[in-house]
Design a protein around this ligand. Structure first.
Ligand code: WT7
Length: 653
């Protein structure tokens, strides 16, 4: 956060849009002014023109019971039909929807006709396995075409998907299956990662072994064969995807569902130990996904080749790999593996190979490539690119400039997009062709979106001042709740400044033009490589290990990953002399990986004897962050015992 403020004060570079870009841009000044004239009429018009409604809506927004919003409530549509069949009916069936590339170099591509046919069959498979409208289906898959096909098949029959990132452990998977009472899991034997097959199905087997209540709601597990690794098989429960698909009926007519029909649940970390199941519904979500994808990425579906490197396990994969691009009839690339397999230029290789024009990635990856050197991308022909985007965390101006110069050959717009799992789609971004770009700033709310930066009392701050980011009007792709927990929904997002103001949890600053600069989270949520992690969740994983008495976790600044996880742990007295520090640290890192997943594994664990607490017993993470970042310790006067910090300092060396 401190670095960003420095950048804020010194960053003065400006990049006005190129006239040739503006001349062909999707987003126009008319778009901006029509949203400003009448926000609700604007959204109604966007939704009508971007989507195909089987029953047109007459009502735009019902905000009579905030924060429970209903958008386009009397309309009916089918989300999968909007992403597939209608493109075929409109004569674009031969356009490529997906160019898929496996990590080992195998490829598959699907036209819109072919993808529609696959999703229809998969919908019939789900029906034959007993899945019905409203049922929850957990998807735990690598980045393979079946991941996209599964999501759309679930949506097509009006069931609700909950995608769990393949990097999460069996424990995390179990918690998500239980919370949503899912009846079906779709997984794979394994997927390719960093040059070898990494198994997935064993985690599903483990998650289903004993669920919290001793039973599981899951009746069937559908298994895609990808890794060809050996897996255990439960004949009454497990079904091979390819066998089921081979026998599936080919015709499936998409039924229309209400606009507010649940589409998916996606779990994300909050300030407490338990992940929140963020709920998104159909008509509003798809409107936001399609609208933002078209305007922010300047999508010309007939000619562009779009690639977002996000995994479907995250919201970016939902909105900007599956729903936005496919609703817009785009041609896109999806890639299974890691950026550096088998060699560090793999991403740039793919851009060259598929002539990618629009590219969307996270700052962590960009900073990683910066470190590795420009020689690697320079060996590839990246001339096809005409726009690059950034998402997930603040992008520092140096990384922004490198991204534009080295990847975007010095002349493409860079769009830094701010949004969240909860917002469903991009809220703040430059509009390519219109906005003069400022490296390091996400800049302006999209037309139709109302954001502000406010002080602790909720009063808007002036230009040049900082505060808390809020969204002041409801928007179509907003979350509709937390699965099974309406109180937590109100409490987390709609209490700080009243029931109609959405509290995002981010600090922000308005510059002299009123443009917005994001400053990082103001709560106990960390952001590691653009992935959201909760300090409380990792703490509760640590204290569930028998050797641990107490634990505190902080996110410390990291040059490449934005933040890294640092834990301070007090061992139980009985353990202190029986285990070496190395063994204890290794055991605890392994334990966090087992409880949550590899992404949550602490980078550093300090074994200490005390933790800094206030008189009311609250851990002062701010002081631990000072230690973790090697800074002088700030104000300690509110500590119950002011000598604690000296002790900790001596212990962490
Ligand atoms: C949090 C949301 C949005 C998809 C991926 C992350 C941070 C996200 C930016 C950005 C600064 C950003 C915020 C936000 N964040 N994009 N462009 N600049 N910060 O979704 O996991 O729900 O995390 O990511 O702190 O609150 P998420």
């Amino acid at each position: 956060m401190a670095d960003n403020i420095d950048n804020l004060l010194t960053e003065t570079r400006r990049f006005p849009p190129a006239p040739e870009f503006t001349a062909q841009a999707v987003a126009t000044t008319e778009l901006v002014s029509s949203a400003a004239d009448d926000r609700l009429a604007f959204w109604a018009e966007q939704s009508r023109s971007l989507l195909t409604w089987q029953k047109p809506f007459t009502e735009v927004l019902d905000w009579s019971n905030p924060p429970f919003a209903k958008w386009f409530a009397d309309g009916r549509l089918n989300v999968a039909y909007n992403c597939l069949d209608r493109h075929v009916e409109q004569g674009n069936g031969e356009r490529v929807a997906l160019h898929w590339e496996g990590e080992p170099g195998d490829t598959r591509s699907f036209t819109y006709s072919e993808l529609t046919a696959e999703v229809k069959k998969a919908a019939n498979v789900l029906l034959s396995l007993g899945v019905r409208e409203g049922d929850r289906v957990v998807i735990y898959l690598p980045m393979i075409p079946e991941a996209v096909i599964s999501m759309l098949a679930v949506a097509r029959i009006g069931a609700v998907h909950s995608v769990v990132f393949g990097g999460f452990s069996a424990e995390s998977l179990r918690a998500r299956i239980d919370d949503a009472s899912a009846t079906l899991v779709i997984t794979a034997d394994g997927g390719w990662r960093k040059g070898s097959v990494s198994a997935l199905k064993p985690a599903v087997d483990e998650a289903l072994e004993v669920s919290e209540h001793g039973t599981t709601t899951v009746a069937k597990v559908l298994v895609v064969q990808r890794g060809h690794n050996e897996v255990e098989w439960q004949a009454d429960r497990d079904v091979w995807w390819h066998e089921a698909m081979a026998g599936a009926a080919e015709e499936h007519v998409a039924e229309a569902f209400e606009a507010e029909h649940p589409l998916f649940i996606l779990y994300t970390s909050g300030t407490t130990g338990k992940p929140k199941g963020i709920l998104h519904t159909s008509g509003g979500y798809l409107t936001g996904a399609s609208y933002s994808h078209r305007n922010v990425f300047d999508l010309h579906p007939e000619t562009d080749v779009y690639w977002s490197t996000a995994d479907i396990g995250w919201i970016t994969g939902h909105t900007y790999v599956v729903y936005g691009p496919l609703a817009n009839g785009a041609t896109q690339v999806i890639y299974e593996g890691t950026p550096d397999s088998p060699e560090p230029g793999r991403w740039w290789d793919l851009i060259e190979k598929y002539r990618v024009t629009l590219f969307y990635a996270a700052p962590t990856a960009i900073r990683g490539f910066m470190k590795a050197g420009r020689e690697i991308p320079n060996r590839r022909d990246l001339s096809s690119l005409r726009l690059v985007g950034s998402v997930g965390e603040p992008i520092n101006p140096e990384a922004w400039i490198w991204y534009r110069d080295v990847i975007g050959h010095g002349d493409v717009p860079v769009v830094d997009t701010w949004w969240q799992t909860e917002t469903g789609s991009i809220m703040i971004s430059a509009l390519p062709g219109l906005t003069t770009l400022k490296p390091g700033s996400a800049q302006v709310p999209l037309p139709g979106i109302a954001v502000d930066v406010v002080d602790d009392q909720g009063a808007p701050v002036g230009n040049g001042e900082g505060g808390l980011l809020v969204i002041t009007e409801p928007w179509p792709s907003m979350l509709r709740g937390i699965w099974g927990d309406p109180d937590r929904y109100i409490e987390t997002y709609w209490s700080k400044f009243g029931r109609t103001v959405y509290f995002a949890g981010d600090g922000a600053r308005k510059d002299e033009d009123g443009d917005i600069w994001l400053l990082g989270r103001v709560d106990d949520v960390m952001n590691v490589s653009g992935h959201r992690l909760s300090t409380a969740e990792i703490e509760s994983a640590l204290v569930s290990h028998p050797i641990v008495a107490e634990a505190a976790v902080v996110g410390a600044a990291d040059e490449t990953t934005g933040q890294r996880v640092v834990a301070f742990v007090i061992l139980r007295t009985s353990q202190v002399d029986t285990m070496s520090t190395e063994d204890a640290v290794a055991a605890l890192r392994g334990h966090v990986q087992h409880e949550i997943g590899a992404i949550a594994k602490p980078h550093t664990i300090f074994l200490v004897q005390e933790l800094p607490k206030t008189r009311s017993g609250k851990i002062m993470r701010r002081l631990l962050r000072d230690v973790a970042e090697g800074r002088d310790i700030g104000d300690t006067t509110t500590l119950a015992d002011t000598s604690v910090m000296q002790i900790i300092h001596a212990q962490v060396g």
